[in-house]
Write a protein that binds this ligand. Structure first.
Ligand SMILES: Cc1cc2nc3c(=O)[nH]c(=O)nc-3n(C[C@H](O)[C@H](O)[C@H](O)COP(=O)(O)OP(=O)(O)OC[C@H]3O[C@@H](n4cnc5c(N)ncnc54)[C@H](O)[C@@H]3O)c2cc1C
Length: 572
């Protein structure tokens, strides 16, 4: 008899059994699923470690179990390789330990090899597997999830939530509710952020296993158009999806000093700097500035260009700049860092206007560099441009048949949602589907305070390209919901095509702008016009109404403000 127990399921305990696949008397083969468990992130099958007959079920749907709980008793012919009948754990290690598939009859190891397990790579691999393709996912780090899950989107947003809580408490001070100054205990705060990351990345390993995606750990390099090496092993493939991502760009001539950090370092501080200099007024720099400001650091931001987040319309940046200029020590636009001198007392910085100041930490947030030159792509004949990007067509095909590329390593905005969508397209194209990446808009969000979000055509682009557009802006000072949140500082701007009144672009600044922008992306994809949006009943009172109100302004039907001059053809 063999008792099948819950294997190592990472940090999860007390997880529910959501499905039982066998009954007493059933014959099972090795790897047949016995029960399915559900963690916060993923469902995972517990497979039979050995072939045999189910003698007894120790659990039913709804029971909660943890590592070691007995699930099923199997009558088996042998005690199996481990002797204890423990189910193979759905963990990264077990996936890694699977023997390498050997080519059979001249075939390849996999129909699809995905290089890099970031958001783009794991999405592509999982979609390929779901489409029935034999898939291998290669990742140099132990944890799956790449930059976004480990050192990007997810940990930064966890810390930004902490920052928002601190700011909200402060804001209530003038409204009759006063707390003391926050006491920041860095270790549990960073521990909590890491627990969020661990939950997500742990779930990915289970999802890979459930889909029978083989995960190989190690640094991969191309050997040719149908092979790559990973830690001495040659992996052959019919198709490859390059999803090797990007890394933080650096500045030349900076001293080698641990007090100079990139975004990864900023997400795991060992102490809070009294004075922080952020080099780069883009999204990543400003998000980290938001965190450190809330945690109590004196923050200075230096930006080379004449606007923070230069790719965004200036009217959307204004409310952000107004708020942070009252909170930060300094915001220096059109300013360059000329030199940094590492001194015992701090990092002495000289700016292009010859001013000097000393900081405890410097965060370098000057963009990201694609990893195209780090994977020997040329050996496979794949074109890589001088910046490290791999050019692709709308089906994510590189110049080499059978080799695709997605995510940060291909041109376009370096955003996780773009990488994921491209990953799906690449997998579907390989599976023979007639699809291409044809998104009409890829939304951008700065999760600063206030948040800034935009999608589609920006007003600056409309002006530059001479598009005939109509703009409507609904100020949040007229939104009951925004006022109730104490945050009437936002605005919602919609751009419509003058003739058709179809939505062309949108920009929102204010709390939760990142969530609100999604509706406008859908409207753009569905070719909605102002009346489609305005006539859609939005719940009241919500910030989402500001989108409908801006559309009502375009349709000439706004009642919460005085209507702008009616336009021809508007609803009477
Ligand atoms: C601080 C920060 C915050 C961010 N916040 C957001 C956000 O809020 N929203 C958003 O949309 N985007 C955000 N981003 C950007 C987002 O993280 C990236 O766009 C996304 O991670 C790109 O995914 P990817 O799969 O293309 O590449 P990556 O996430 O870079 O993954 C590539 C993977 O390939 C692996 N790899 C590389 N070379 C090799 C090799 N030779 N062998 C084996 N493995 C290899 C890497 O280890 C990595 O795991 C943020 C980025 C940062 C740095």
């Amino acid at each position: 008899m063999t008792e099948v127990r819950v294997p190592d399921i990472g940090d999860f305990t007390d997880v529910p059994v959501i499905e039982v696949h066998v009954s007493p008397g059933d014959e099972v083969a090795v790897e047949d699923p016995l029960v399915t468990l559900e963690s916060e992130k993923a469902t995972m099958d517990v497979p039979a470690p050995l072939a045999g007959t189910v003698k007894q079920l120790q659990v039913k749907v709804g029971d909660r179990v943890s590592e070691g709980s007995v699930l099923v008793t199997l009558e088996t012919d042998s005690a199996g390789p481990s002797g204890d009948g423990a189910a193979a754990p759905p963990t990264e290690a077990s996936v890694q330990e699977e023997p390498p598939p050997s080519p059979d009859g001249g075939g390849q190891d996999a129909q699809v090899v995905v290089l890099g397990a970031g958001v783009g790579g794991y999405t592509a691999a999982f979609r390929a597997a779901d489409l029935g393709l034999k898939t291998i996912l290669i990742e140099r780090y132990e944890r799956l999830g790449g930059v976004c899950l480990n050192v990007g989107c997810i940990p930064s947003k966890a810390l930004l939530h902490a920052a928002r809580v601190i700011a909200e408490v402060e804001e209530m001070g003038s409204r009759g509710i006063t707390y003391g100054r926050p006491k920041i205990d860095l270790e549990p705060l960073i521990g909590w952020k890491q627990s969020v990351v661990d939950k997500l990345t742990g779930g990915l390993a289970g999802l890979a296993r459930q889909r029978k995606v083989e995960v190989i750990r190690g640094v991969a390099r191309f050997e040719g158009p149908n092979a790559m090496t990973v830690e001495g092993r040659t992996v052959t493939f019919d198709n490859c999806i390059i999803a090797a991502g990007s890394q933080a760009a650096t500045l030349p001539d900076l001293p080698d000093d641990p007090r100079i950090i990139d975004s990864t370092g900023a997400l795991a501080p060992d102490e809070l700097p009294e004075r922080l200099l952020v080099i780069g007024g883009g999204i990543i720099g400003l998000e980290m500035a938001t965190v450190y400001d809330a945690l109590g650091s004196e923050v200075t931001v230096v930006e080379l260009l004449d606007q923070l987040i230069p790719e965004c319309d200036p009217d959307l940046i204004k409310p952000l700049q107004q708020r942070i200029s009252t909170r930060y020590e300094d915001i220096r636009l059109e300013t360059k860092v000329m030199s940094v001198e590492a001194q015992k007392s701090g990092l002495k910085v000289t700016l292009s206007d010859e001013q000097t100041a000393t900081y405890d930490r410097i965060l370098v947030a000057v963009g990201r560099t694609p990893n195209g030159h780090a994977i020997d792509a040329a050996t496979a004949g794949v074109n890589v441009d001088e910046r490290g990007f791999i050019p692709v067509d709308k089906q994510m095909r590189t110049n080499v048949p059978g080799i695709y590329a997605i995510g940060d390593i291909v041109p376009g905005p370096m955003l996780a949602h773009k990488a994921a969508h491209e990953g799906k397209v690449a997998a579907e194209v390989i599976a023979g589907q007639a699809v291409e990446f044809d998104a009409r808009a890829i939304p951008s969000v700065a999760y600063t305070d206030p948040e800034v979000a935009w999608m589609g055509l920006t007003e600056s682009e409309a002006k530059e390209s001479g598009v005939d557009y109509q703009k409507q802006v609904f100020p949040w000072a007229a939104s009951g919901r925004a006022l109730g949140l104490g945050r009437g500082d936002g605005l919602t701007k919609l751009l419509f095509e003058s003739d058709s009144h179809r939505l062309l672009g949108a920009g929102i600044v204010g709390v939760n702008a990142g969530d609100l922008i999604a509706e406008t992306v859908l409207a753009l994809e569905m070719a909605a016009d102002a009346e489609d949006i305005g006539l859609t009943v939005h719940p009241h009172p919500t910030l989402s109404e500001t989108v409908a109100f801006a559309a009502d302004m375009a349709a000439g039907t706004i009642t919460d403000l005085m209507p702008p001059r009616p336009r021809e053809g508007a609803r009477a």
